[in-house]
Design a protein around this ligand. Structure first.
Ligand SMILES: Nc1ncnc2c1ncn2[C@@H]1O[C@H](COP(=O)(O)OP(=O)(O)OP(=O)(O)O)[C@@H](O)[C@H]1O
Ligand SMILES: [Mg+2]
Length: 240
């Protein structure tokens, strides 16, 4: 199963990608996490792993990526992926599609195009999962990245912008025929009540509380290696 994690900037996409990957992995599945965010570097720290080299470099870097990506036709298995672009720890593998480094170097379109193609050609076996931690907003929908996924989790933090974006993601998900579920994040009991009145509750996959340990770990650049309420329920939805 290929799972896409999206939502507003700072809503908790990388946090939930890392926590979900770890929970799926302890259930004796193999998980490939792909960091498709061209701007942020966080998810490797949250997983307690090193930072992988950009996969786009495998194709000769961003400038030549468009042409090469079009030629990426063959099917890939996770074991075929080039070792130099993978960081591995237990049952989790991590890849980063590409980042923006320099002033004036151009847009992130080639990186999104690579992600889109990669999701299409990657073949997973029965106990393998892919989790794509995406960049904030919906540009990846415009690039067709969602075409190759099976399921979308829209992360909602307690803000109007987040709710509106999640509604938009639901509509975009319908257009491409992919199920969209909501993960409410950073909520406390009082806020939860208000949020439940503002969203389509049938879509809720899990509710993750505001958790000081998550916040502190992030500040320290440390691994998320503790129990977080709601993550098991989220993993139950995908692992059965
Ligand atoms: N449930 C939570 N409780 C407390 N803090 C949280 C929770 N989830 C996320 N955070 C904090 O919110 C901040 C943003 O989280 P994260 O980086 O996961 O968001 P993101 O959606 O990936 O952001 P970006 O759009 O920048 O990639 C971090 O400081 C993180 O520690
Ligand atoms: Mg992130």
């Amino acid at each position: 199963m290929k799972i896409l994690i999206c939502g507003k900037g700072g809503s908790g996409k990388s946090t939930i990608s890392a926590l979900l990957a770890k929970e799926i992995a302890v259930r004796e599945n193999r998980v490939l996490v792909i960091d498709t965010d061209e701007s942020n570097f966080g998810v490797h720290m949250q997983l307690g792993m090193g930072k992988p080299d950009d996969f786009m470099n495998y194709f000769g870097g961003k400038k030549v990526l468009f042409e090469k990506t079009k030629r990426l036709r063959e099917k890939w298995k996770t074991d075929d992926l080039p070792d130099e672009y993978i960081i591995e720890k237990g049952n989790i593998k991590l890849m980063a599609m590409g980042k923006i480094y320099d002033f004036g170097e151009g847009c992130a379109c080639p990186i999104n195009a690579l992600t889109s193609k990669f999701l299409e050609v990657l073949e997973l076996s029965a106990n393998e999962f892919l989790i794509a931690d995406t960049d904030a907003g919906v540009e990846h929908f415009g690039r067709g990245v969602e075409e190759g996924c099976d399921l979308i989790f829209a992360i909602i933090d307690p803000s109007r912008e987040s709710i509106l974006l999640a509604e938009k993601i639901s509509k975009l998900g319908q257009q491409v025929n992919k199920p969209v579920y909501y993960v409410l994040n950073k909520v406390n009991k009082e806020i939860e009540k208000e949020l439940l009145g503002s969203i389509d509750t049938n879509r809720i996959a899990a509710i993750i509380p505001e958790d000081k340990n998550i916040f502190k770990s992030n500040l320290a650049g440390a691994e998320l290696d503790f129990y977080v309420k709601g993550i098991k329920e989220l993993a139950n939805l995908v692992t059965r």
